[in-house]
Design a protein around this ligand. Structure first.
Ligand code: GLN
Length: 304
């Protein structure tokens, strides 16, 4: 158990940390309120301890990646998914395109954009609409409430996301994705634009901590076997080119998003999420990283 007093103390300590910048490359994200800071920790009974701006909605961005990866695993199994995407940390930035051209022409892992776009192409369904509703339905199942897309953020990324479109073109060129290019990359933009709160995301994380069953609703979202795949890749690749440092200092599976969300899982124990929009150079929330580093050190949370 992590007491509310601990969360409050660390929240106060890091609320004054103003390093980093709000993401602007997706124009709509630059409107975020940089003062917002929320912390939510959810146990396996579904009870959340929370401090600060935990009800502020923001787009999940890359925090969508492990959950869509889980969906693809459930639909096709591990072999089929990993015929298209690897399991190695890239050591490059999340949006790198170089790795695809340079090496096997197969994306490194499902947590970087190239891998996530390849995985989005694997969401099953008869039409684009049906495939995206599977994603939204799954995310809503993790949150335990109905979630929806922030259409302005989606449009904003759709009209400026040339690098991701280029990645999708290369994936199509190398045969990693087939069919309509727009189908995969558009779903990727949409999944990134689903709105949730820090409170919701602590339930996403708690569902993974709980072996794939949402602790509040009792609904199984992903098999235990696939939770292991998801958490191992969050551990090794979830923090991109600072995954090594994160593993060394925090020692827990995590995933960040460029709108400022960060989820952390203590398997078998807790799901945690923070929201604060200012980012470091890797694209992780500055306050979120500082908060979890301090918490992990203080409470000896590392898996090792
Ligand atoms: N939608 C964002 C992108 O593709 C997500 C990146 C992130 O959160 N790291 O650039």
């Amino acid at each position: 158990v992590i007491e509310i007093a601990t969360l409050e103390r660390l929240h106060t300590r890091f609320a004054s940390l103003d390093d980093g910048e709000v993401a602007t490359y997706i124009p709509e994200l630059s409107k975020a309120n940089a003062r917002h800071f929320g912390v939510s920790v959810c146990d396996l009974e579904g009870t959340a301890r929370q401090v600060g701006d935990v009800q502020v909605p923001f787009t999940v961005q890359s925090i969508s990646k492990p959950f869509v990866y889980g969906l693809a695993l459930e639909a096709h199994g591990r072999e089929a998914v990993h015929a298209r995407v690897g399991v190695e940390p890239s050591g490059d930035a999340f949006n790198s395109i170089i790795e695809l051209e340079r090496h096997s022409h197969r994306p490194y892992n499902p947590m970087v954009n190239a891998g996530a776009i390849a995985v989005s192409a694997l969401v099953p369904g008869a039409s684009s609409e049906e495939r995206f509703s599977r994603v939204l339905e799954a995310f809503s199942g993790y949150a335990g409430r109905t979630l929806d897309v922030d259409h302005s953020v989606y449009q904003s990324e759709r009209s400026t996301g040339h690098r991701n479109l280029a990645i999708a073109h290369l994936l199509r060129h190398f045969g990693v994705i087939s069919g309509e290019l727009d189908d995969a990359v558009d779903r990727y933009f949409k999944q990134c634009s689903v709105q949730a709160t820090a409170h919701d995301l602590s339930l996403f994380a708690a569902t993974l901590a709980n072996g794939g069953v949402n602790p509040r609703t009792g609904r199984r979202m992903v098999s235990r076997e696939h939770v292991r795949c998801v958490l191992s890749l969050m551990f090794t690749c979830g923090m991109y080119d600072s995954a090594g440092e994160w593993a060394f200092t925090v020692g827990l599976p995590a995933k960040s998003g460029v709108s400022g969300g960060l989820i952390v899982v203590i398997p078998g124990k807790l799901g945690m999420a923070t929201y604060s929009p200012r980012l470091d150079r890797h694209g992780h929330s500055v306050r979120g990283v500082a908060f979890f580093r301090a918490l992990a050190a203080e409470r000896d949370l590392s898996l090792f």
